[in-house]
Design a protein around this ligand. Structure first.
Ligand code: NAD
Ligand code: PRE
Length: 355
């Protein structure tokens, strides 16, 4: 470790590039900012993601531009540098390798990577220094890479706060089709049915629809490039979903279809619990307790104090709050053995609690 000295040149200073600059800046790594759009680089500099002074050979180049441009920018950066290790943050890993390979003979200084953290927002002003803290960052070396080059990119990701996972380019693209690209398409399709919904229907929106539609807000131009670049893997998954949709439609049309509906829903439960929890840890068996919380200052602090008094350790929490309502709901995740005592103490102290 500690081979990352900088400077790091970030090409593409939008959400991801600016966040990388901010994250590296926390540990004093010098970051140089380049963007085809001068305004984007200026904004990134203003929020403290680095400087637009790009003189000299960088130690590392991070290419954080939209997927259609990644390969060409990698090739251009390899040509513009002599020793720098070049990586990219593109959401699909086979396309940059093919695109850059068509433009240069030597890809030994290029190591692919992909931070598995982001947002539905774009541009430098959406950048956050803590975006990658605890997130997974995929490293996808190819045959021509030297181990030291791969190690340097691993160190870059870890300096940004992430934990790294190494996998092949092909395996990466299959994995993200499942855990990122298909979920995005499903979110967009579900949100699309709201386009012509009457306001009186939308008024009933609760946390469920907010959870399902958040990522649908992502930039459609960026996501078109992402899903087009991963079409083969996505096609296989979409065909599977089409089969499940047909099964659901047939079951809904039958008087005795509830068994098959339950089977499809059970399948969802089984899949959902396989999603790893925070920091890449396995999904825990924590139990959840829901507590109604009045929208008044100090209530959250009081709830935590009362939970602590029961002896329960709060492993995680989520707050659902609808603007305009005088009450919200807090979901406390605790060890199953703590639930009974937690519910007893909170109820005694006046909280409305649901298991
Ligand atoms: N948005 C996410 O959640 C997310 C997460 C992980 C990885 N990624 C990947 O990271 C990359 C960047 O995504 P983003 O969300 O930061 O996009 P963004 O739109 O916020 O920023 C992209 C930036 O690249 C610049 N740019 C475009 N073409 C360029 C070129 N030829 N040379 C230099 N600059 C150029 C744009 O001006 C823009 O400032 C994409 O490849 C994306 O697939 C995105
Ligand atoms: O949190 C989000 O908004 C994201 O969609 C981030 C997300 C993901 O699917 O996890 C989106 C695309 C990227 O390539 C990596 C991360």
């Amino acid at each position: 470790m500690n081979n990352l000295k900088g400077p790091v040149r970030v090409v593409g200073t939008g959400l991801i590039g600016a966040s990388i600059g901010l994250a590296l800046g926390r540990l004093g790594v010098t970051v140089h900012l380049v963007d085809a759009d001068a305004e984007s680089a200026l904004m990134a500099e203003r929020i403290g993601a680095g400087s637009r002074d790009v003189a000299g050979e960088p130690q590392v180049v991070v290419v954080a531009v939209p997927p259609d441009h990644v390969g060409a920018v990698i090739a251009a950066q390899l040509a513009a540098t002599t020793s720098a290790i070049v990586t990219d943050t593109g959401s699909v890993k086979s396309k940059p390798l093919v695109d850059a390979g068509a433009l240069t003979d030597d890809l030994s200084r290029y190591v692919g990577s992909h931070p598995m953290a982001g947002s539905e927002r774009s541009g430098p002003l959406a950048g956050r220094a803590d975006l990658f803290d605890g997130a997974t960052w995929a490293i996808t070396p190819h045959e021509g890479n030297r181990p030291e080059a791969v190690e340097l990119i691993r160190e870059l990701a870890e300096t940004c706060g992430a934990r790294t996972v190494e996998l092949s380019v092909q395996d990466h693209d299959l994995a993200v089709a499942r855990v990122s690209h298909l979920p995005h398409l499903m979110s967009a399709l579900a949100a699309g049915t709201l386009v012509d919904a009457p306001a009186s229907h939308l008024e009933l929106s609760g946390q469920g629809v907010r959870d399902v539609t958040r990522i649908a807000g992502g930039d459609p131009r960026l996501w078109t490039q992402i899903v087009a670049a991963n079409a083969p893997a996505l096609t296989t998954l979409l065909e599977r979903i089409r089969g499940d949709l047909d099964r659901m439609l047939i079951a809904l049309g039958k008087d005795d279809g509830s068994g098959d509906i339950t089977n499809l829903l059970m399948n969802g439960v089984t899949g959902a619990v396989r999603v790893p929890g925070k920091h890449g840890a396995p999904h825990t068996d924590d139990a959840t307790v829901l507590v109604n919380i009045p929208d008044r200052p100090g209530q959250l602090a009081k709830l935590f104090a009362d939970a602590a008094a029961s002896g329960a350790n709060v492993e995680d929490l989520r707050i659902d709050h609808s603007p305009g309502l005088a009450i919200g709901q807090v979901e406390l995740a605790v060890k199953p053995a703590s639930v009974d005592q937690l519910v007893k103490v909170l109820t005694e102290r006046g909280w409305v609690v649901h298991r």
